[in-house]
Design a protein around this ligand. Structure first.
Ligand code: DGI
Ligand code: FE
Ligand code: FE
Ligand code: FE
Length: 189
């Protein structure tokens, strides 16, 4: 489809080749997960293509948007790893003209996940980013197998293992990541 090809070009223009190839692999994984889980594959494709659109923007670009849009000032205490999703969604809206709120929310949540309100589309993007075929961390094949059985069990696996890694490195935990953890470890399924 022509509009997807145009979107892909705009994303490519913002990213290093290395990261653009990651985005293409996330797209492929997300479309498969969407089809397997009753999620609209067209929404998943667009969300995956734009999820890291803002990842290579400067800190000053993000800070300017946070201030101009009067976003939560606590955002200023974090960095690119949080900004590229939460603030990136604003850039995707304003610069790419993407207005679908489900897609914008999936981008906002792609790094931290979310609790009870996390949509299936958002779960698909969260997992595709973690599992795309270029990922090779310890446990990735276990995580892929779990997610193939159950998207929700995959979300739980990811948030537990990502938080454990961040705690071990003594990295600050973004409150939304803790909210995600608390919801998914309590959830019965
Ligand atoms: O953009 P990607 O590299 O494809 O992946 P991502 O957006 O899922 O993750 C970006 C980084 O954010 C990754 O190194 C893990 C880190 N991260 C995720 N949750 C938290 C976090 N870092 C901190 N400090 N706190 C968090 O809660
Ligand atoms: Fe990301
Ligand atoms: Fe992620
Ligand atoms: Fe990514």
């Amino acid at each position: 489809d022509g509009s997807i090809a145009q979107l892909e070009e705009k994303v490519e223009a913002q990213l290093s080749d290395y990261r653009f190839q990651h985005v293409r692999r996330v797209r492929d994984y997300a479309v498969q997960l969407a089809e397997a889980n009753g999620v609209d594959p067209d929404q998943a494709e667009v969300a995956a293509l734009v999820h890291d659109y803002a990842k290579e923007r400067s800190d000053s670009d993000f800070i300017a948007v946070i201030k101009r849009k009067k976003m939560d000032p606590d955002l200023l205490n974090w960095g690119n790893y949080i900004w590229h999703g939460v603030v990136g969604a604003e850039m995707i809206h304003d610069e790419l003209g993407i207005t679908d709120p489900d897609i914008l929310t999936a981008v906002r949540e792609h790094t931290t996940g979310a609790g009870a309100t996390m949509s299936k589309l958002s779960q698909v993007i969260f997992m595709a980013d973690y599992l795309e075929v270029g990922r090779d961390f310890d446990g990735v094949q276990v995580a892929r197998d779990i997610t193939k059985q159950s998207l929700e069990q995959g979300v739980k696996y990811q948030i537990v293992h990502t938080l454990a890694r961040l705690v071990k490195k003594e990295t600050p935990i973004y409150p939304k990541s803790l909210e995600t953890y608390n919801y998914w470890v309590r959830k019965e399924n």
